[in-house]
Design a binder for this molecule. Structure first.
Ligand SMILES: [Zn+2]
Length: 330
């Protein structure tokens, strides 16, 4: 059996392959796991496999038939994608999906609705989808992705087969980055560690040369801000608020460093992610009180979560900056 071109998640791939071979397809699948772990890729490969025209079930998706090629190009008329627009999925998008699902399939056997990041759906949208899940039109399959099942309505979750994707071993991510994406060993190792086992995240970081550049500037900014007055900190909060796309990346990078500071303080050195900054993080670890570091990391993680639910961005960012521990590098 093939691995569907997916790195890791073997059990999930084999479960989905068995469903295709037995012809018993779950009407609704829910892939859950952290951002960048591979949920969307698996959802798309599943969708490709169920409509693939290869005669033998075990060969699907073949990647070569008309249906597979249409899907790979994002032009399959029976596959409807729903993604958050301006940070949320809205009821109009679900209504539109329902209208399209009600029509018979044009090319394939199935009409497939792929709803990405459905934890970002607002309540009316979630309720509308619930109706479709309760009475799905025939020839319809739904696939949802979300960071956690707990972030969805329990009534939605109970109507889906849940596939939980966990982070992959760092060594597997590093190997894949080298073998499939041609990364050199040192970059692959660093990104694999930073990814925390989220292969999609690692590939995006590899293909986005700005990522490591941003990371360096986040580091310089942090050291500078730690010895800065409140006015400078508030100005930084304002600057980050204006560069919306960078906020999540920035909070994740800072969280990673403070997690490492805590690990160094508690002597679990081998868990340190930011290997290239070990020495400098060690200076921080010996200068800052552990309870201060722990409280600040908790704040970073809380703010990251709250920003997902459209909370007041300005207040949250100011809160982070004003609580950044004070420290003067030598
Ligand atoms: Zn095919």
């Amino acid at each position: 059996m093939s691995d569907w071109g997916v790195v890791g998640h073997e059990w999930a791939v084999s479960l989905l392959q068995q469903a295709i071979e037995s012809g018993k397809l779950p009407h609704a699948l829910l892939f859950v796991g952290p951002e960048g772990v591979g949920k969307t890729l698996l959802a798309q490969t599943w969708s490709m496999a169920v409509n693939c025209l290869a005669p033998k079930a075990k060969d699907r998706p073949c990647g070569e038939c008309r249906s597979c090629r249409l899907q790979a190009a994002g032009r399959h008329p029976d596959v409807i994608h729903v993604r958050p627009e301006k940070e949320s999925v809205k009821i109009e998008q679900i209504r539109d999906l329902e209208r399209k699902l009600a029509l018979s399939p044009v090319e394939g056997r199935w009409k497939i609705g792929i709803l990405e990041q459905f934890d970002k759906a607002n309540i009316p949208a979630a309720n509308a989808l619930l109706k479709t899940l309760e009475e799905p039109p025939s020839h319809t399959l739904l696939v949802l992705t979300a960071e956690s099942a707990e972030s969805l309505l329990p009534t939605i979750v109970s109507r889906c087969q849940i596939i939980r994707l966990r982070p992959l071993p760092t060594a597997l991510v590093s190997e894949a980055l080298q073998e499939r994406w041609g990364a050199n060993a040192s970059r692959a190792n660093l990104l694999a560690r930073l990814s925390g086992g989220r292969i999609g995240w690692a590939v995006t970081a590899l293909e986005n040369p700005d990522f490591l550049i941003h990371r360096e500037s986040f580091w310089r900014d942090m050291l500078e801000l730690m010895s800065s007055v409140y006015a400078d900190r508030l100005a930084y909060a304002e600057k980050m608020r204006d560069s919306k796309t960078l906020i999540a990346e920035w909070l994740d990078v800072w969280s990673g460093w403070w997690r490492d500071v805590l690990l160094l303080q508690s002597g679990f050195d081998e868990g340190v992610t930011n290997e290239d900054k070990r020495e400098e993080l060690g200076h921080l670890a010996s200068a800052i009180a552990p309870e201060t570091a722990r409280a600040f990391l908790g704040r970073l993680q809380r703010v990251r979560r709250m920003l997902r639910s459209n909370a007041n961005t300005r207040l949250l960012l100011e809160d982070v900056l004003l609580h950044l521990p004070v420290w003067q590098a030598n």
